[in-house]
Design a protein around this ligand. Structure first.
Ligand code: BGC
Length: 440
């Protein structure tokens, strides 16, 4: 028998509950696309107010990501997750019950805050409870949950669209938050955080419950050594931690500026300009491919490795975009499915690479003592890029046409390929402590 640490059944349950954070992220970002139509009608919103309502959640996310890292390091991962569940319930409650546009905006900001914080706490916690050779898959569960959240949001919108019931579309998001709140009350803190805060005995108690076997005991001295290292977060900006900082921030920015959310947020709009008769069904199909390919990546992550997936994925994204560019510029006499097919191809390769691998990498390349804060910086960059892309997308579209925008994204994907090829390390199968040592 190999001497590998394995998850216990209890740990698998823990993974599912923590991953609800990813689901909440996906659901609450995806739900606005379908509900906006009805909200705009009820409150007679101007175009600007509509745009603001969509982007406000990204500003919330930005602020949440800015504070989420410090919070996770100070409060611990578990308490931070508990805080986010409360914020979700409050934010969604305010938005779903709002009688005025202002309350709607406040509700969405609070929800955004929760998303920003959870986008740090969820992958962080998942990385810290996983055995080394399962860590890629375990953290990729976060991305899988995000994509499932997005499809469920699309589907709930689709089902409730007949009645135009936007309040229930939003309110559905409270259910996983409430489940996560009650479950987390009884679930343990991350063992790494406990170690870092000198609670070695409790950390070992948690390890006993989340591992099937006891091979982990041999690694306790190594875990303790790393946990008690003297690292200040300012050290991130100097060698040898500068490289992981650049890798994490770079990959987080590339994940977004490769254009994924222009597809996720504006798919119906992009598809409308093709002859596809049912843009909404096309949108759901995009969501489903996103889920299936993410699941495939999850299975491959710890076998194929992070680098290979990233390199294959960004190449595939370039190919999908090139086909899209041809179909828009050359006015290929398109059957509607041609453009949809190219978009699906692009999403498929995103979901195999930049989608899940980004979260995996940024949760494993930073030293434990400052992991939360370092991830916070990378994820802040991710939200900032997200906000800027969504802010300028419609203007770019007007200035460059759809083909032009896709050409920009194709160049970005090429740059991402070069960045990954030259800088991203392979971390498959290594313990977090070994990665930390190797990066020095
Ligand atoms: C990104 C989101 C995106 C989603 C799409 C996530 O990893 O951070 O911005 O909407 O993937 O699947």
């Amino acid at each position: 028998m190999s001497q590998r640490e394995e998850f216990s059944g209890y740990a698998l349950f823990l993974v599912c509950i923590v991953a609800l954070g990813g689901f909440l992220f996906g659901y609450n970002t995806g739900v606005i696309s379908g509900s906006l139509l009805f909200i705009a009608k009820e409150f007679s919103l101007s175009r600007m107010e509509e745009g603001f309502l969509v982007s406000i959640i990204l500003i919330g996310g930005l602020v949440g990501a800015a504070g989420g890292g410090v919070l996770s390091d100070r409060l611990g991962r578990r308490k931070t997750i508990l805080v986010t569940t409360l914020l979700f319930v409050i934010g969604i409650g305010i938005a779903a019950a709002s009688k005025t546009y202002d309350f709607l905006v406040i509700g969405r900001i609070v929800t955004g805050l929760a998303i920003g914080i959870t986008s740090i706490a969820t992958p962080l916690y998942l990385a810290e409870i996983a055995p080394p050779h399962r860590r890629g898959a375990c953290v990729a569960v976060n991305q899988l949950a995000i994509t499932v959240g997005i499809v469920i949001a699309y589907s709930v919108n689709f089902i409730l669209a007949g009645k135009g019931d936007w309040r229930w579309m939003l309110a559905f998001g409270m259910v996983p938050a409430i489940i996560q709140f009650f479950a987390m009350l009884f679930l343990p803190e991350s063992p790494s955080w406990l170690m870092a805060n000198k609670h070695t005995r409790q950390a070992c108690g948690v390890m006993k419950r989340i591992r099937k076997n006891s091979f982990w005991i041999a690694h306790v001295p190594e875990m303790e050594h790393v946990a008690h290292e003297k690292i200040r977060w300012k050290d991130l900006f100097f060698k040898p931690l500068l490289k992981p900082l650049i890798v994490g921030v770079g990959i987080s920015i590339f994940q977004i500026i490769s254009g994924i959310n222009t597809v996720v947020y504006y798919a119906p709009k992009i598809l409308q300009s093709s002859t596809t008769s049912n843009a909404l069904m096309g949108t759901i199909l995009i969501g489903v491919i996103n889920v299936l390919a993410t699941f495939t990546a999850l299975c491959l992550m710890d076998r194929t490795g992070r680098r290979k997936l990233l390199l294959i994925g960004t190449s595939g994204m370039v190919l999908g975009l090139v086909v899209l560019i041809f179909s828009t510029f050359l006015h290929v006499p398109e059957p509607g499915w041609f453009k949809l097919g190219a978009i699906l191809f692009y999403v498929l390769f995103f979901a195999l690479s930049l989608g899940p691998v980004t979260w995996v990498l940024i949760s494993e390349i930073y030293p434990l003592r400052i992991r939360g804060r370092a991830m916070g910086i990378a994820i802040f960059a991710n939200w900032l890029a997200n906000y800027l892309v969504s802010l300028f997308f419609l203007d770019l579209l007007a200035a460059l046409t759809l083909g032009g925008v896709f050409a920009v994204f194709a160049v970005v994907c090429l740059l991402a390929f070069w960045f990954i090829y030259s800088l991203v390390p392979e971390t498959k199968g290594k313990s977090l402590e070994a990665i930390e040592e190797s990066l020095k």
